[in-house]
Design a protein around this ligand. Structure first.
Ligand code: LMR
Length: 396
């Protein structure tokens, strides 16, 4: 039976980690998968997470099934974190959140949910978008379209083209937007640009699906939620997928959330019933451990403050890495303008070199980044930035 199968290539992002681990060069640098690393290059467990885990270990009283929605305390806390305490969708009971296995689990729930709204529905992605969006939404049988987003030549946002394309989208379609820290480009919408996109969504009537995998990694928890909150204020229907992988460092615990907003409390409840039906067929119930950690942190004043501090530390380190790299490249005599890296947000930026040069960095210098030249900025450290800039200068 299996003899008819053809081997498939490794995932373009996750496959890099395998190659990196096998590389014996002591100078190797991992700018591949989007995982936060400290100055020593380690992805450690946050102290707030450790304390919440200790609390859970001492206080957990059952391992019985958690149910399809997951932990209601987690769902409530996540909803407030994303929308703020007093957003109108909360006051009007038009929002329902379920826990999911990571952000990818949330996206797959959203994709199947969209398929239930309209079989083979069309979903629009930014060009470019996270490589796995394509796989997740294609697996759910949706039709993928693209709107212009990143201007590769000028290293900026192609906003007019984006807006003009979104004006042509059908009211039956769905549009995927990145809440903040656009993956892979690092190019975010300004508040004024969000206002224009939200107005177009309202006028055209398409349904926004916002992917929020990096809340707190751009400008801050509140600032990064600006577009999400505005959109939820403006349109009647919306889906939001969020992740606790990055901001809580819970990567392997697989915890995220899928949120639906309907035009009334009643239609939102119906939407929730469909979400739960989709989840039951896909994985039945979400894992509980990550959700318990997050709800413990968010419901404890002390742990919450500690987490704010740890999140700020991660965000500030990534932001300073951006400037340090740009300055180092200048120091190494590079004349090409890389200042755009310092102005972009979140974990990623495109270096803007060719796939051949990306391969050369990997083969000759053991520097790993995605073939599109997407770099995970968190992999830069004081101990490797000199070697990194020198290597880039050489291949340029
Ligand atoms: C990334 O884009 O590197 C991360 O979101 C990890 C992943 O699953 O691809």
């Amino acid at each position: 039976m299996f003899a008819s199968l053809k081997a498939l290539p490794a995932d373009p992002i996750l496959g890099l980690s395998i190659k990196y681990r096998a590389d014996t060069n002591p100078n190797k640098i991992d700018l591949g998968v989007g995982v936060y690393k400290n100055e020593a290059g380690d992805t450690t467990v946050l102290t707030s997470v450790k304390k919440a885990e200790k609390f859970r270990l001492e206080n957990e009283i059952t391992k019985t099934y958690i149910g399809g929605t997951g932990s209601s305390a987690f769902n409530e806390e996540m909803t407030k974190l994303i929308f703020g305490q007093h957003h109108k969708v909360l006051l009007e009971n038009r929002v329902q959140t379920v826990s999911t296995p990571g952000g990818t689990g949330a996206l797959r729930i959203a994709a199947d949910f969209i398929g239930r709204c309209k079989k083979g529905a069309k979903i629009w992605f930014s060009n470019p978008t996270w490589a796995n969006h394509n796989a997740v939404f294609t697996a759910a049988g949706l039709t993928i379209e693209e709107y212009p987003y990143y201007d590769y030549e000028n290293k900026t946002l192609d906003f007019d083209a984006m807006l003009n394309t979104l004006k042509t989208v059908s009211a039956d379609d769905f549009v995927l937007l990145h809440a903040c820290c656009h993956n892979p480009s690092g190019m975010d919408l300004s508040p004024e640009q969000w206002q224009q996109i939200a107005q177009v969504a309202k006028d055209v009537g398409f349904t926004p699906l916002i992917d929020m995998a990096y809340q707190g990694f751009g400008d801050g928890l509140e600032e990064d939620a600006y577009g999400v909150r505005l959109m939820a204020d403006t349109v009647n229907n919306m889906i939001l997928c969020s992740s606790c992988s990055k901001n809580f460092g819970l990567y392997r615990e697989r915890i995220g959330a899928c949120t639906v907003i309907g035009e009334s409390a009643a239609t939102t409840d119906v939407a929730l019933s469909v979400v739960l039906n989709v989840a039951r067929a896909l994985y039945s119930m979400p894992p509980a451990h990550g959700a318990a950690i997050v709800e413990t942190i968010l419901t404890s004043h002390e742990l919450r403050q500690e987490w704010y501090g740890e999140l700020a530390e991660m965000r500030n380190r990534i932001n300073s890495n951006r400037t340090v790299l740009v300055d180092k490249l200048i120091e190494k005599g590079v004349t090409r303008d890389f200042s755009f890296i310092a102005n972009q947000k979140g974990m990623f930026s495109f270096l803007g070199i060719t796939p051949e040069q990306v391969q050369q960095l990997q083969d000759e210098y053991s520097i790993y980044m995605v073939g599109s030249s997407r770099m995970s900025i968190a992999g830069i450290a004081p101990s490797n930035v000199d070697y990194l800039a020198k290597s880039i200068a050489t291949i340029l």
